[in-house]
Write a protein that binds this ligand. Structure first.
Ligand SMILES: Nc1nc2c(ncn2[C@@H]2O[C@H](COP(=O)(O)OP(=O)(O)OP(=O)(O)O)[C@@H](O)[C@H]2O)c(=O)[nH]1
Ligand SMILES: [Mg+2]
Ligand SMILES: [Zn+2]
Length: 221
């Protein structure tokens, strides 16, 4: 058992080198790199589709899934530059695969790179993939207790998104409790409520991103 832990630590240390290299590349190119993390089906790809409709910046996407290129195909259909990584069983993305994907993505026109991580609330939060910040996505039908059960993601995220608020009338979900729990884990980060069927709330998400992009261009973080 101890040997296995040692190997995993060695692999993670190696991967940090790739993460540092990605971060340097993104800094040189002044591209904001955003790691989007949430459960399967919480609305990550729909968020990107909605983002494309109104964004005042250009972006490219790395899609992480265990199998299929369905998400990349959805984005391509919306004229979004996207490349798919299939992890073939791994439940999170790692920096070495992200770097490989980056080399086949047209980034010359991109202001922002979104990385949609594998649908999972647990280990994607543990891996640095060279991003500027992580986004935590939770959706109403998942239940109100997700932030307190999976605190690492919600405490690290620079912004927390609550999707599917259109379902509030139909699903037992104490929104005030959700907001309180997130605030207690992460007092500084904004929480944005989204209905991605209509795009309600997307302007607030876009304005957050525009501010972070301006900071990146100014050389800060
Ligand atoms: N009612 C409602 N449905 C939504 C909302 N956002 C996404 N959906 C639906 O939820 C389902 C899953 O959305 P996706 O965007 O594919 O979810 P995802 O997080 O990318 O899923 P994975 O990539 O499999 O992890 C789709 O049927 C969406 O139409 C929302 O705000 N409200
Ligand atoms: Mg998706
Ligand atoms: Zn994993």
């Amino acid at each position: 058992m101890r040997d296995i832990i040692t190997i995993q630590q060695a692999v993670m240390a190696e991967d940090e080198k790739y993460a540092r290299r990605i971060r340097q590349t993104m800094r040189d190119r002044k591209i904001l790199a955003v790691n989007i993390i949430g459960s399967p089906g919480c609305g990550k790809t729909t968020l990107l589709e909605q983002t494309a409709r109104n964004a005042g910046f250009l972006f490219a996407v790395i899609e992480g899934d265990i199998e299929t290129s369905r998400d990349a195909e959805r984005l391509a259909a919306a004229n979004i530059e996207a490349i798919q990584i299939n992890t073939k069983g791994d439940c999170h993305l790692e920096a070495h695969t992200v770097e490989k994907a980056l080399s086949s993505l047209a980034l010359d026109k991109a202001d922002v790179l979104f990385i949609e991580n594998v649908g999972n609330l647990v280990c994607p939060a543990e891996f640095d993939i060279g991003e500027d910040f992580k986004v935590a996505v939770a959706s109403v039908p998942e239940g109100v207790d997700k932030p307190v059960k999976y605190p690492l993601l919600f405490s690290q995220a620079k912004i927390v998104l609550l999707t599917k608020i259109d379902l509030l009338p139909y699903v037992k979900f104490d929104k005030e409790l959700f907001l309180r729990d997130v605030k207690s884990l992460n007092p500084k980060s904004p929480i944005v409520e989204l209905d991605l069927t209509t795009g309600a709330g997307v302007d607030e998400w876009l304005s957050f991103l525009t501010d972070r992009l301006a900071e990146k261009r100014a050389g800060g973080k």
